[in-house]
Design a protein around this ligand. Sequence first.
Ligand code: RNT
Ligand code: ZN
Length: 419
Amino acid sequence: MIKESTILSAFDVAKERYAAVGVDVDNALESMKKVSLSLHCWQADDVTGFENRSAGLSGGIQVTGNYPGRARNIDELRADILKAASYIAGTHRLSLHEIYGDFQGKAVDRDQVEPAHFQTWMEWGKENGMKLDFNSTSFSHPKSGDLTLSNPDDAIRAFWIEHTKRCRLISEEMGKYQDDPCMMNLWIHDGSKEVPACRLKYRRILEQSLDEIFSTKYENMKDCIEAKLFGIGLESYTVGSYDFYLGYGAKKGKIVTLDTGHFHLTESVADKVSSLLLFTPEIMLHVSRPVRWDSDHVVILNDDLLDLAREIIRCDALDRVHIGLDYFDATINRIGAYVIGCRATQKAFMQALLEPSALLRRYEAEGKYFERLALQEEAKTLPWNAVFDMYCLRNNVPAGESFIADIQAYGKEVTSLRN
Ligand code: RNT
Ligand code: ZN
C-alpha cells in the first residue's frame, strides 16, 4: 500500500507544477466524476453467455487463451464484475449482451427474449449502483451464418429483426427502471470471405432492416450502431462498414459506436471524434486494443488511447461521449484484465483533463508554433500520476499497484477453484 501521506505530498507538488502552466488540478479531479465507464460483461466469461447452447463463439470474433477460472454462471459473473469494479474509482455502468439474460436454465431463443429475462439484472444493477447498457447478439447462434439483418432470406432476416426489436424493448425497460437512458449497441458480423458480386445488395437490405427496427420510438434508450473493418472468415466485405453506419447515423440521427479496434491500424480514431460530434447526436466508444488486427487485447495506456481521451476533453464532450469497453483476453486473470483496462482508460482521461489547453490554444492563436510544440512535449511528463493517485484515494480504491496482490488472492481463493 502506498502511504496516504506520500500521496498527499506528491499531490501538493503536482498541484504547483500544473498551476505554473495554468491548470487547476482540483477542476480536473471534479471533471473525473463525469468519466463513467461502461464495463463489458463479456470479459468475465470469454463471450460465452448463459444460453446453454454449445454453438461456440462465431461471427468472426475470437477469444484466445485458456487461463482457468472463467465465470460459468450468472452468480460467478456478477461476483467477478463487482470484484473488478471495487478497484476502479468512480461509478460504473455494466454493458450486457442479450445472451447474458437470466434464463434460469431454460432455452429462450433470440426471437423470444423479453424484458423479464433481465429483471434480476435490473435489480442487481440498482442494488450495486451500476446502470445497465445493452447489446443485441447476432453471433454464436445456429442462424448466425454470414448474414443476419442483411440476409436476402426473408425468414432469417425476420428472425434477426425480431431479435433486435426485442432488444430495444429490453433496453427501454432497463432505461426506465434505472431512470437513465440505456445505451443499446447494435453490432452484427454480416460480411463475406470473398468480394460479393454486388456489394450494394446487402447494404440496401441492411438499411431496410434498420429502418424497420428503428421505426418504434423510445424515450429511455438510445440506439448506437457499430461498424467494423472485417471479421475472421469474413475478410473481404463487411456489410456494416464505417461509411455505411456513418452515413446512416448522420442521415437518421443515430449514435455511431467507435470501436478502437475496427479501423485500419494507422487510422486515427481520435481524429473522428470532432466530426462525429458535428454530425451525429452523441458518440459511443468501445475502447479496445488491436494488435496487428482487431485482436481485442486488454486496453493499456498507449498513445492511441491518450489521443482519443484528449480529443474528447478538447471538444468538452464528456456529456456526449459514452465510454464503453470492449476486449476479451483469456490468457491472464480475467478480473485483472478488467482492472488494467479500466484504470488505463481512466488514466488517459485524467491526463487529458490535465492538459494545459488554455495556454496551448493561446500559443496557437498567436502563431507561436515552437511554443505550442514545446509545451505539448513538456505536458507529457508533468506529474499526472500524483493526481490520479489522489483520485483513487478520494474514491477509496487502492492507488498504484497494490491491487495486484488482492487480485492474486481472489484468483487463489475463488476463480482457481472453478473448473
Ligand atoms: C466485434 C464488436 C462487438 C463485440 C461485442 C462482443 O468486433 O467489437 O462490439 O466485440 O459485441
Ligand atoms: Zn466493439
